[in-house]
Design a protein. Structure first.
Length: 256
């Protein structure tokens, strides 16, 4: 009886328009929650991509010793994409102008994640492949070394043609070496500079990327037996804790 009375009165209120305001409010509330949830997910995904890009890949192995070639073979066997690089401080020279720079020699497939943006005479290019005999320089070096496009800079025993200006680098990071202006060159050109000598402050890098994270764990287990004190595996957790903390705070805020 009470249930019949409830339905009868609800139907009467609905027809009279008394419940319209409540229905409109509920519709707006549900729509708002759905929009906020969608926006929250998109922001989280964007932040995750940016954090992964800051590493240049899913994981990165760094060492003061050369990366063994058989590690590359093991990565390919595990269907893992890879890129190699070498970074160290050195001098760049153009005429009477010299400057301490951070040299970064990379393979053609760098970066594995994120965008390397290079300004060229033909406009901005995203993740272009650097050719042998060419370099990309930090914008500050155009004035410090008085150099422009298609001009040459001496690095070590070799001269290189300036074909690009570095606009954005995904895994620049913050440390002493990275405060110096950056110059990119092809890893194939590194030996011609004659800069790698005994005692050089060189850091070798191997970037890894895959859609199957378990294969990264398998690869890590395969090579970890060959690790020594110079080897380090960089992940988001240990290499960029500041960004990880920012993601956690953003996730807490967006979950409110």
């Amino acid at each position: 009886m009470n249930l019949k009375f409830l339905f009868k009165n609800s139907y009467r209120d609905l027809r009279s328009g008394s419940l319209n305001l409540i229905l409109i409010s509920l519709t707006i509330a549900i729509g708002s929650i759905s929009c906020i949830s969608f926006l929250s997910d998109r922001v989280k995904q964007s932040l995750n991509r940016d954090i992964q890009a800051s590493l240049g890949g899913d994981r990165r192995i760094t060492s003061t010793e050369k990366i063994p070639n058989d590690w590359i073979v093991k990565a390919e066997d595990s269907k893992i994409s890879w890129a190699k690089g070498v970074r160290f401080p050195t001098m760049a020279m153009n005429g009477n102008n010299t400057k301490l720079i951070s040299l970064k020699a990379v393979s053609e497939n760098y970066p594995l994640k994120g965008n390397l943006e290079i300004d060229t005479p033909n406009g901005l290019k995203i993740n272009p492949k650097i050719s042998e005999g060419e370099i990309w320089i930090d914008p500050t070096l155009t004035s410090l070394l008085n150099v422009s496009f298609d001009e040459y800079i001496y690095i070590g025993e070799e001269k290189f043609k300036v074909t690009g200006i570095v606009s954005s680098e995904p895994d620049r990071g913050l440390n002493f070496v990275n405060f110096a202006p950056r110059i990119f060159l092809s890893l194939k050109d590194l030996s011609s500079t004659g800069l790698i000598q005994s005692g050089s402050r060189v850091t070798y890098r191997l970037w890894l990327r895959t859609d199957d994270i378990s294969s990264l764990d398998d690869f890590q287990d395969k090579v970890k037996g060959e690790f020594n004190s110079s080897h380090k595996i960089d992940t988001i957790e240990n290499s960029r804790p500041d960004l990880l903390e920012a993601l956690k705070r953003a996730d807490s805020f967006l979950s409110l």
